[in-house]
Every structure is written in C-alpha cells, then in structure tokens.
Design a binder for this molecule. Structure first.
Ligand SMILES: Cc1cc2nc3c(=O)[nH]c(=O)nc-3n(C[C@H](O)[C@H](O)[C@H](O)COP(=O)(O)O)c2cc1C
Length: 322
C-alpha cells in the first residue's frame, strides 16, 4: 500500500506556498504537469478545535490534486497527531500528512512552531514519531519539510532523527531559518546529505529553481530524488509542462488571463466571492510579471472592488488580447 503512494524518483512537485497553493491553483498546476501537490501550512490545533468548515479554504481538495500532502504545523506532538487522525478519518483520499518545520514567518515563530522546532531535536523527533504512528495506522505516508537548521546547519542530525522516527520523505529548503529567503539555497548540502543517507531517505530539494532547464541541471548535479518548485510556479505555472516537454513555452497574455479566470471560478467551490476576488489578486500580480504592458493590464484588475467586476475586466481583457 505504502509503496503505491510513495513518491517516485524524478518527480517535480508544487511546493506549499501560503496564500497561493489552495485547491484551485494546485489543480491547474497538476493539469500542467506537476507530479504532486502540497497544501499550505495549516495550524493543527486550530483544525481540531474549529473543525473542517472553519478551515475549509485551507484543507479543501479534490481528487484532481492527488497525490496530495496536507501540511500541518504546531508545537505539541499530541495536537499534531490528533489533527492528522482527524484529517485521515474524514478525508481518506489524502495521500500524505506533511509536517512543517521550515516556516520562519513571525506568526509561526511566535507560536514556537515551524522552523523554531529545529532548535529542539528531541521535540522534532517526538512530533514526527507520534504523528507517524497515527499516519501509519491509516496506511498513509508521513513527510516533513525542513530547512538546513534554525541558525546553524544541522541537516544530517535532522535527517537522522527523521529516519529514527521512520519518516523517509523529507523536503529540504536549502537555507537556514534565520536566512529567510536571503542568500542562495545551498544545494551542495543536499547532495552531501543524499550521499550519506542514500535510499533510506527520499530527498526532495527546494529553493531558487527558476526554469525547466534548472530542474534538469539540479537533478543531474545534486542527485536529489525529487524537486519542488515554489515561487517560479507562481510566475509561470507552465514550468511543469515545460519540464515535461523539454521546451520553453511562450504563454500569451490571453492564456495567462484565462488561467486567472479559471482559478477564480474554481475557488468558489470553497471560498466566498467576496474573499476570492481579493485573494486572487496576489496571483494576478505574480503571473503578469514581466508582461510588456504589465501596469496597464494589471492595475485595473487589482483595483476591482467585487468578484463580478473582476470577472468582467478579465473577460474584457481576454477579448482584447484574442
Ligand atoms: C509566499 C510563500 C509562502 C510559503 N508558504 C509555505 C508553506 O505554507 N509551507 C512550507 O512548507 N513552505 C512554504 N514556503 C516555502 C516554499 O515552499 C519553498 O520551500 C521556498 O519558497 C523555496 O523554494 P522556491 O525558491 O522554489 O520558492 C513559502 C514560500 C513563499 C515564498
């Protein structure tokens, strides 16, 4: 059973991106060739306390996004394992539960969760072990997402603990938490870790990949098992298709606008109109980056004051650019 849901070597995965990788975006990226998708981080305690309806926008998914990892964060092993049980009981299609040990935004660090836990190897181990027991009882997969360390690089120690807790799928964003997004992701460290742990850990590399050519080059040079694409997919969701087809795809403005319109329409399955038209604006800014008339096209869309207004503007722009 586990063999069937275990990731395969060479997968190119849509990274979890808070505020962006909700169900609609995941589905569209999956259509374009992403091999696997992750939800954004979901607060474990909030989930068990407030239930599905209150967290619907975060945890809603469809079969079209499978294989799908639902990512939890928290500090308490019991809370995370209980949230995992709640999810797997209610949503048996989830492929895997992922635990976030990489986030370094203020809100998460204040809760001493996410990458903060990389400071405490024992707690890191306990969370993985306890959650993995639950996840395994449902015949599902547990994965984790980490950085090289909090303020010092302890990657091998973290991987040892994950292995000890029998968690074998690990995504590594090759920076320290204290680095945020500054500097460059250190893929040499991933290569070294892979040499040490060989096939005991399925290592997913994350950080700074911008083009389909770089995906190939990173597989070749650093020997990771799979690669995650984050920010580059926001600007160019076609990167997955480019990688599959080994060619640059020139996406027209019309296609980009249609992508946004489709995403916005799909969002209504789990988000109210009043919120959806606001949330999509971040994606609009990303996908239209680099367009020749960006300002003229983007600004009216970003100024829209309702779902209907935004859809009308999108329809108008699509027609004008046909
Ligand atoms: C806006 C934004 C939101 C993110 N949200 C999450 C998240 O919810 N969970 C997580 O594990 N990583 C999150 N990350 C980290 C990414 O998954 C990824 O590891 C990181 O951006 C490096 O990859 P990239 O250079 O391909 O973007 C986020 C990154 C960004 C830029």
């Amino acid at each position: 059973m586990l063999k069937k849901i275990f990731p395969k070597k060479g997968e190119v995965i849509l990274a979890p991106l808070a505020g962006y990788t909700h169900s609609a975006f995941r589905r569209l990226c999956k259509n374009l060739g992403a091999d696997r998708t992750y939800s954004e981080l979901v607060y474990a305690y909030g989930l068990t306390l407030r239930g599905f309806e209150k967290n619907k926008e975060l945890i809603y998914f469809t079969k079209k996004e499978l294989p799908f990892h639902l990512q939890l964060y928290g500090r308490n092993p019991k809370e995370i394992s209980e949230a995992a049980a709640y999810l797997l009981e209610n949503f048996p299609d989830i492929t895997a539960i992922d635990i976030n040990f990489g986030c370094s935004v203020k809100k998460v660090l204040k809760a001493k969760a996410g990458s903060y836990i990389l400071k405490d190897l024992n707690l890191f181990y306990e969370i993985i072990k306890e959650t993995n027991e639950v996840v395994k009882s449902f015949n599902k997969l547990l994965s984790i997402k980490i950085r090289l360390g909090f303020d010092k690089d302890i990657l091998e120690k973290l991987l040892e603990k994950a292995l000890k807790a029998d968690c074998r799928v690990v995504a590594v964003h090759g920076r320290l938490a204290t680095q945020g997004f500054s500097g460059k992701a250190n893929w040499d460290r991933l290569k070294k870790a892979k040499e040490i742990f060989k096939d005991e850990i399925f290592l997913i590399g994350s950080g700074d990949i911008k083009s389909y050519e770089e995906i190939d080059a990173h597989f070749e040079k650093y020997n990771v098992d799979a690669i995650m694409i984050g920010r580059a997919a926001l600007k160019n969701p076609w990167i997955f298709k480019e990688y599959k087809e080994k060619r640059k795809i020139n996406v027209s403005l019309k296609e980009k606008l249609e992508f946004i319109k489709k995403e916005l329409e799909l969002m209504l399955e789990y988000m109210k109109k009043d919120k959806a038209y606001k949330v999509i604006k971040a994606q609009i800014s990303q996908i239209l980056r680099g367009e020749r008339n960006r300002k003229a096209i983007c600004e009216p869309l970003l100024r829209a004051k309702s779902y209907e207004e935004l859809i009308n503007l999108l329809n108008k722009s699509i027609l004008e650019n046909s």
